[in-house]
Design a protein around this ligand. Structure first.
Ligand code: NAD
Ligand code: ZN
Length: 249
């Protein structure tokens, strides 16, 4: 167990954690860097192309079905559970995440304390009216129609898209604002399982540090912000976090 991390968590009044794809690899969801990972096999579909092309919308939904069949059943791992425990104790005020896998929610963290910078891949929304659409229904209708027509909204006719932020799509404004104010409110910021390369999200650890909070980075390999951190733990996330809270599973 890392004694410094334990002490700093004990001393802190408001901890914010920031999680990336590395948080969920122990749940069986590959991160960007793993060779052969589902995300690396194909060029991402840009938001503009989704809007502009029926062919691209159909392709996006085909891929969504394929990806979900590989990783859709993922469950929270011991790292997620450890964080949920610290949220329940009131130690962690917010979980800012780049992940879209809903595993923080599934581990029991109050949804109001989770800030999803890249959206959520476990449901879909209408791009025009914002209506939530359940994935199973959307997929079934898409398949029943021979995968020849992209799903549309029954209310307004807009395009229905997985509720994630695509490349080329604007970052969600209210989530960015909430993440900024959570970051400015913390006295300990822990970045977990992110290469900290993706901007603007990678700016939050730096903002926390400049605002006087301690910055801890937990990641198996070096990140771009290691030099700015007060403590860097190059270790496995599940092990570090479960040891931190004394979880034994
Ligand atoms: P990244 O792939 O760039 O970095 C992940 C980091 O985690 C790597 O540096 C890796 O060494 C480390 N890591 C992986 N497993 C680890 C473990 N068990 N213990 C310690 N370290 C571990 O991820 P990113 O910075 O989050 O950026 C990827 C982008 O892709 C994000 O924006 C995200 O939206 C998206 N994405 C999401 C998911 C998901 O929802 N689970 C998965 C893949 C990608
Ligand atoms: Zn609509």
């Amino acid at each position: 167990m890392d004694v410094t991390l334990r002490q700093w968590v004990d001393q802190a009044e408001r901890v914010v954690v920031f999680t990336g794809a590395g948080m969920s690899t122990e749940s069986g969801i590959p991160d960007f860097r793993s060779p052969g990972g589902v995300w690396t096999r194909m060029q991402p579909i840009m938001f503009q192309d989704f809007i502009a092309s029926e062919e691209m919308r159909i392709e996006a939904w085909r891929r969504k079905i394929a990806v979900d069949s590989e990783i859709g059943g993922a469950q929270p791992n011991k790292g997620h559970k450890a964080l949920a425990q610290l949220v329940a104790q009131g130690k962690i005020t917010h979980v800012i995440t780049q992940n879209i896998d809903n595993l923080h929610q599934q581990s029991g963290v109050d949804a109001a304390k989770i800030i999803e910078l890249h959206g959520n891949g476990t449901y879909a929304t209408c791009l025009d009216c914002g209506l939530r659409h359940e994935l199973e229904q959307v997929k079934q209708a898409f398949i029943a129609a021979g995968e020849k027509t992209a799903p549309g909204c029954q209310d307004c006719g807009g395009w229905v898209k997985s509720a994630t932020i695509s490349f080329g799509q604007a970052m969600p404004e209210s989530e960015m604002r909430r993440a900024e104010s959570a970051t400015l409110g913390c006295d300990l910021f822990i970045a977990i399982g992110s290469s900290l390369q993706v901007m603007p999200a990678a700016g939050f650890p730096v903002l926390a540090r400049h605002n006087g909070a301690r910055l801890v980075i937990i990641n198996r390999e070096p990140t771009d912000l290691d030099e700015a951190a007060d403590l860097v733990l190059n270790a496995e996330i599940g092990e570090v976090l479960s040891n931190l809270v004394g979880l034994n599973s």
